[in-house]
Design a protein around this ligand. Structure first.
Ligand code: ADP
Ligand code: MG
Length: 343
């Protein structure tokens, strides 16, 4: 492999931090599962418009390729290795932000989890993915009370069931070109599926970008209620599954933007006035270290002024602090929207 060349206009962090010296030091390194630098940065090379451009093939990647992962992680999360990542998933009681649902249409909190002893989705064989899926299904089967539900495998899936899952936003699709180049789509849709609780407010994506995406989604603005239920589900799942975790970097995930809490907590919020005043919106979002995504998810467009606003930082911040910051930021955003004239 030759050292990659990125176009001038690329802002990819791999381009910024993969010096020739680091390239030479890492070029021939491999993790125990034989994951290489070339595999880790393939997505960034194929997609020079990536913001990060690197994926981990297993938990060990973070150590084996730390010369490259570390500076990228520090820049993205504003983290330094002498800081500690302290989790705190204790329950919260925050007032509902918009009980009349004028602005906030739904709240979603998700975390990513990978299981110890298995490679991550971009570097896993079909037989291991199958074994993993079985293990996860048996853990999901043990959930009780309001977390009880059903697993829908994607292979094969009944057309009627699929239509319903899509309609209710309970489904995930094959990964985008960034995930594809990383190897995450291999053997899709084999060993993929979604679990949802019978009341459809709690779900688990199996073998998407991470082994599990554990998600709370409710059509309310009651962030703490969604978060509290998710924490309860995580404790229950942790009784039968061992999650991959690191002392410094917290939960380990495929994409280094997700490590730490691995939590993205956000809302779908309709902001008709702020859509016409983007500088004001971006100023508030930046001030509270939040991020904006499009209505259909990452790298999609905002449609009908429906923004996905969520936390940006996931490492070096606790789960409960993420929720508190998001709550404060959303209060400021709703206030600004009202001041601009939306009643
Ligand atoms: P992530 O990788 O954090 O799970 P993505 O940006 O890939 O998030 O989006 C996942 C899906 O969840 C997309 O279909 C998106 O439209 C949907 N989604 C995200 N936030 C919300 C929300 N607050 N309410 C309803 N759906 C949401
Ligand atoms: Mg995603």
């Amino acid at each position: 492999m030759n050292p990659p060349i990125f176009p001038e206009r690329s802002n990819c962090l791999v381009k910024k931090y993969l010096s020739l010296e680091i390239f030479n030091a890492l070029e021939h390194q491999k993790t125990d599962s034989r994951f290489t630098l070339a595999q880790a940065i393939n997505s960034g090379i194929k997609n020079w418009d990536s913001s990060i451009g690197i994926y981990a093939g297993d938990a060990q990647s973070y150590r084996t390729f730390s010369l490259l992962f570390d500076p990228i992680i520090c820049e993205y999360h504003g983290f330094s290795k002498d800081k500690n990542h302290k989790p705190d998933i204790s329950p919260l009681m925050l007032p509902s932000l918009d009980p009349e649902k004028k602005y906030i249409k739904s709240t979603r909190v998700r975390v990513a989890r990978n299981l110890e002893g298995f490679s991550f989705p971009c570097h896993i064989s079909l037989s291991q993915r199958r074994k993993l899926e079985k293990k996860i299904i048996s853990a999901l089967d043990r959930l009780k009370d309001d977390l009880k539900g059903k697993y829908y495998s994607f292979e094969p899936i009944d057309e009627k069931e699929l239509k319903q899952l899509k309609k209710e936003n309970l489904w995930f699709q094959k990964g985008d070109r960034f995930q594809d180049a990383a190897g995450i789509n291999s053997d899709f849709p084999k060993c993929r599926g979604v679990f949802h609780s019978f009341d459809k407010r709690f779900m688990v994506w199996v073998n998407e970008e991470d082994h599990l995406r554990v998600i709370g989604l409710e059509r309310t603005s009651d962030i703490s209620s969604v978060y509290n239920r998710l924490s309860r589900a995580l404790s229950a799942l942790n009784q039968s599954l061992a999650f991959s975790r690191d002392e410094t970097y917290g939960y380990l995930t495929s994409c280094p933007t997700n490590i730490g809490t691995s939590m993205r907590a956000g809302v779908h919020i309709q902001l008709e006035k702020l859509e016409q005043n983007k500088d004001l919106l971006h100023g508030i979002v930046k001030g509270y270290n939040l991020q904006i995504r499009g209505t259909g998810g990452e790298k999609t467009k905002v449609e009908n002024a429906m923004f996905d606003i969520s936390n940006r930082q996931r490492l070096g911040i606790s789960e409960s602090k993420i929720i508190q910051n998001l709550h404060a930021g959303l209060l400021a955003i709703i206030k600004a929207e009202k001041n601009l004239g939306t009643p």
